[in-house]
Write a protein that binds this ligand. Structure first.
Ligand SMILES: [Zn+2]
Length: 465
């Protein structure tokens, strides 16, 4: 494996073959599962599985094609497991780990083909850093200009886009001719700013897979013919029509679920219905934070018997375990990823998954921002992201059952003692209690206390106020 990497699609396929080969003589080798998941342009959505457990933990990345660091992170995790299987033997007996490192291969190909116009495969690490840092700074400058100016500029080319202003669909290799043809059509029909192709989050239909849910509030606005633009550094991109980012559907066709989102949703639903889904980790690129709070319930989901309060506490507790192993700086491990706590309505597909399924976390990997190449502007930072999030996965998975037991205990305690609390108050009270006792939990774990003891200790703390 390379040190810092920007894998294009071919390299991704190649490195995955190597990792699979490396794992062949392991107790639990990595298996590529052929689900026959194919995009409209006939690209496979790859699915790898490790372990033999009844319960599944699903890892997703690159819903947004431009968020290539998320794919690389899952490659890194699979490679680590292949090389250090011993550390995972218990986990792999208990769980099956499902890796879907590139939910959106079309977007990934569009983005990486554009990156290759400035960053060829054999470029030195220092040169890659330089280009990516320039890009990241321009991206920031665009944000700052947008914040300062009084009117939103929907026309002017952004500085970071100008770095790639000569790139278009021409740069997509001919072997992906279906993708190329589709993007050409989008260029001819819609207003797509020069260089915007470098951060192509959508698929080749110009539909953003994470926005592609009927609960997305922008659907009505788009149906009514409103022209909607993105904000800040994306403010010259219109997302009410197909394009690089955030468009939930193609209004010429009416609302449709894209193939990619159908496959992933059906997979999760099937696991859930057979009681085999334990957790979902969904990786995105920019922010250095953890999004975890399940959204408010929509009316048509009420017959699924979702207990939002209970689910919210389970999710938050799990996120705390994850967070505790994260760090943003290798030399100072105290600075953790931030956990978002605010309540929200369902806006995205992941937001929907979080309401429907058990434990679900969305992790925004890089604080540096600047999709797609900003996260590569500092090699140390890149390595820290990989290491610390791997640690966080290891820790949260090994305490998954304990995490649920603790949050169940807290849920029933609040339920019995605070009958009058409404939904939000209940959840916030739960968050407060979890924050208060988390350090104690760590102490018990470090002392090597068994689960039963830990739970009985927590009950004592709760009843003593
Ligand atoms: Zn994203």
């Amino acid at each position: 494996m390379k040190d810092t990497v920007i894998y294009d699609y071919d390299e991704f396929e190649k490195v995955m073959k190597e990792i699979i080969k490396k794992s062949i003589s392991n107790t639990y080798p990595i298996i590529e599962i052929d689900n026959n998941w194919r995009t409209e342009c006939n690209l496979p959505i790859k699915h790898y599985s490790i372990g033999i457990g009844m319960n599944h933990i699903v890892f997703l990345a690159a819903f947004h094609g431009a968020e290539i660091i998320s794919t690389e992170f899952l490659i890194y995790v699979m490679n680590y497991i292949a090389e250090n299987e011993k550390e995972f033997l218990e986990v792999l007996k208990d769980y099956t780990l499902d890796f879907i490192p590139m939910v959106n291969p079309e977007g990934y190909i569009i983005t990486t083909s554009t990156i290759r116009t400035l960053i060829p495969r054999n470029m030195s690490a220092t040169d890659i850093e330089k280009i990516c840092n320039k890009y990241r700074l321009l991206y920031k400058e665009d944000d700052e200009e947008a914040i300062k100016s009084e009117i939103t500029d929907n026309i002017k080319l952004k500085h970071y886009q100008s770095m790639f202003k000569h790139a278009t669909y021409h740069d997509i290799p001919d072997k992906y001719k279906k993708i190329k043809k589709k993007i050409k059509k989008l260029y001819q029909r819609y207003k797509i700013p020069h260089g915007a192709i470098v951060a192509w989050c959508a698929n080749a239909n110009g539909v953003d897979l994470n926005a592609n849910t009927k609960y997305n509030r922008n659907l009505t606005r788009i149906e009514q013919g409103e022209e909607i633009y993105m904000s800040l550094r994306y403010s010259n991109i219109r997302f009410s029509e197909p394009g690089p980012i955030n468009c939930p559907y193609d209004k010429d066709k009416g609302f449709l679920q894209e193939k990619e989102t159908i496959f992933i949703s059906e997979f999760l639903e099937k696991l859930y219905n057979s009681n085999k889904l334990s957790a979902i980790f969904n990786y995105h690129s920019a922010g250095g934070l953890i999004d975890q709070r399940p959204s408010e319930l929509e009316d048509d989901l009420k017959d699924r018997n979702i207990n939002l309060k209970h689910k919210s506490l389970n999710n938050y507790m799990f996120a705390k375990f994850y967070q505790s192993a994260t760090y943003k700086n290798l030399n100072n491990k105290d600075e953790k990823y931030v956990i978002l706590k605010d309540s929200s309505i369902i806006r995205t597909l992941n937001g929907l998954y979080r309401v429907l399924y058990p434990l679900d976390m969305l992790v925004e990997l890089s604080e540096l921002g600047g999709n797609p190449i900003g996260p590569y502007s500092n090699t140390e930072n890149y390595k820290t992201i990989m290491k610390s999030n791997l640690e966080a996965i290891k820790k949260s998975i090994s305490y998954l059952k304990l995490s649920n037991k603790i949050s169940d205990t807290i849920y029933y305690y609040i339920k019995e003692n605070n009958i009058l609390l409404n939904g939000d108050e209940f959840i916030n009270k739960g968050y407060e209690l979890i924050d208060e006792i988390y350090e104690r939990i760590e102490e018990y774990i470090q002392r090597g206390e068994c689960e039963e003891r830990i739970i009985s200790n927590i009950k004592k703390i709760l009843s003593n106020g």
